[in-house]
Design a protein around this ligand. Structure first.
Ligand code: NDP
Length: 488
């Protein structure tokens, strides 16, 4: 079902009103394989006409879908989860080719999580209830939670299918019809999702996927008057643009934005566990995870030991062809992003960084000779408030900084405009609670990282976002409460 003829460049289509169709413009954009630097597929260069057609289809489908029993909606979403799982290897290979991430990561994390997103919300709606407030002898209030109508979901390139489905699944489960846009940089698994939806028997118009450029397609979705809410994950500047457009139209918005997360290592931590996890929180997905712990603060008594082991273990990471099963660090997502990361590494050098490891483009041989690879890079000796330590790089680049006192490290940790996540390593329970409470972040991990329970609220404070996803939070976002008060 999801296969294509070998050696033929794929040409994706929009999924509108249950059909795979060409963009109105008839134009296509190049889709690159970051591992090889080659164009390997073409993406519809859609515009506001395609968005208008998608919204029209979604609006038409809404009355029936919103009144479909939760059990029926649930069954459809479970079918989609099953098909994703049945096609795990093919989807993982596609995600790796499209994004540059190691195929092992796509197989173990990205694609299983996409299936889990559908399964989680398919079952959540079977248990959803709404509040009732009783006023003895006077009245009873009950709250109706109705879907919003047509909603927009816009996602980034770093965890393509994982984040795309993290938005679409709760929106559909709650009874909305969706117009969705993946990043134009990584459209492939979103296109495959349209084929999966066809195979699962998704009614026409319930989910529509429009490919193309953010400022064209994404913007048209945000300003379309029939779109009632926007769930967005991406950069802080794009989030700001969306907020500016949506606010005067009184649209609901959920913004999951950038991060510059602290990883705080106290001397009393379980050192081997901390080290193994810190390697992952620094370099998994080439550091292109919004939750990556890119600023590492180490208590001075273990700073030298940390530095030596961290550099030695990172040096051993196998960087290579993303499609090889033993690759641990792949390519970064695009030429533009490669240049952004290299720019930041140069900036760090100008700011006086000591480069403990990496700091250069990784030159590959063979098939990947023209791919975009950056060496895992470890920087030291930078002040906590320099640009390298304040701005999101979103690549395989971390800084390490020693500290002496708890208050001091809290000041460092909280010094950025961001507040997405933080990690704390300590065996002192009192300190763990104390520090977790004082960290300005939406998520704090103690002695772990990226341990996700989908029921928990997910999101950031400060410029890392607005609103929360996950669990009931997402179902609340995608529904409108209405209180009904009946006098007894
Ligand atoms: P962008 O903000 O550039 O893009 C995100 C999405 O928005 C893409 O689909 C993009 O389309 C689209 N877009 C771009 N401009 C507009 C616009 N004017 N109106 C509407 N949509 C638009 O982010 P990246 O794709 O570069 O992703 C990286 C960023 O995402 C990082 O900052 C990272 O921290 C953040 N992120 C946050 C997460 C969180 O949960 N908080 C999780 C993962 C990533 P196109 O690609 O075509 O430009």
């Amino acid at each position: 079902m999801l296969g294509k003829k070998k050696n033929e460049k794929k040409q994706y289509k929009n999924y509108i009103n249950g059909k795979l169709i060409e963009p109105e413009s008839g134009a296509y954009l190049d889709n690159y394989n970051p591992g090889t630097g080659e164009v390997y597929a073409y993406i519809p260069d859609s515009d506001e006409r395609d968005v208008a057609a998608a919204v029209k289809a979604a609006k038409l489908a809404y009355p029936e879908w919103s009144n479909t029993p939760a059990e029926t909606r649930s069954r459809l979403l479970l079918r989609i989860a099953d098909i994703i799982e049945q096609n795990l290897d093919m989807l993982a290979a596609a995600e790796s080719e499209d994004n540059g991430k190691p195929v092992s990561l796509a197989t173990s994390v990205d694609i299983p999580r996409a299936a889990a997103n559908f399964r989680f919300y398919a079952t959540a709606i079977m248990h959803q209830s709404s509040e009732s407030h009783f006023m003895p002898g006077m009245a009873i209030n009950y709250t109706l939670r109705r879907p919003l109508g047509v909603v927009a979901c816009i996602s980034p390139w770093n965890l393509p299918l994982y984040l795309f489905t993290w938005k679409i699944a709760p929106a559909l489960a709650a009874g909305n019809c969706v117009v969705a846009k993946p990043s134009e940089v990584t459209p492939r698994t979103a296109f495959m999702l349209s084929e999966i939806c066809e195979a699962a028997g998704m009614p026409a118009g319930v989910l529509n996927i429009v490919h193309g450029l953010g400022p064209k397609v994404g913007r048209a979705m945000v300003i379309h008057p029939e779109v009632k809410a926007i769930s967005f994950t991406g950069g802080t500047n794009t989030g700001r643009e969306i907020a500016k457009l949506a606010a005067p139209m009184f649209k609901k918005i959920s913004l999951e934005l950038g991060g510059k997360n602290p990883n705080i290592v106290f001397a009393d931590c379980d050192f081997p566990k901390m080290m193994a996890t810190t390697i992952k929180s620094s370099f998994s997905n080439q550091g292109q995870i919004c939750l990556a712990g890119s600023r590492i603060f180490v208590e001075r008594p273990i700073y030298e030991r940390f530095k030596t082991e961290f550099v030695a273990k990172t040096y051993l990471l196998k960087q290579g062809d993303p499609s090889s099963n033993d690759t641990q660090v792949g390519a970064v997502v695009s030429k533009a992003h490669f240049e952004k990361i290299m720019h930041y590494i140069n900036l760090a050098k100008q700011e006086g960084a000591e480069v403990l490891l990496g700091g250069n483009q990784k030159i590959m041989k063979g098939r990947c000779a023209n791919g975009w690879f950056v060496e895992p890079t470890i920087l030291a000796n930078l002040p906590y408030d320099c640009r390298t330590n304040q701005e999101e790089i979103f690549g395989p680049v971390v800084t390490i900084t020693p500290f002496d006192k708890e208050e001091e490290v809290l000041q460092y940790a909280n010094s950025t405009e961001f507040g997405l996540s933080a990690t704390v390593w300590t065996s002192n329970l009192n300190r763990a609670h104390r520090v977790a409470e004082k960290l300005e972040a939406g998520i704090v991990w103690v002695n772990c990282w990226l341990l996700r329970d989908l029921r928990t609220p997910f999101g950031g404070v400060k410029n890392s976002g607005l609103g929360r996803e996950g669990g009931w939070e997402a179902l609340r976002f995608f529904t409108e409460p209405k209180n009904v008060c009946i006098k007894t």
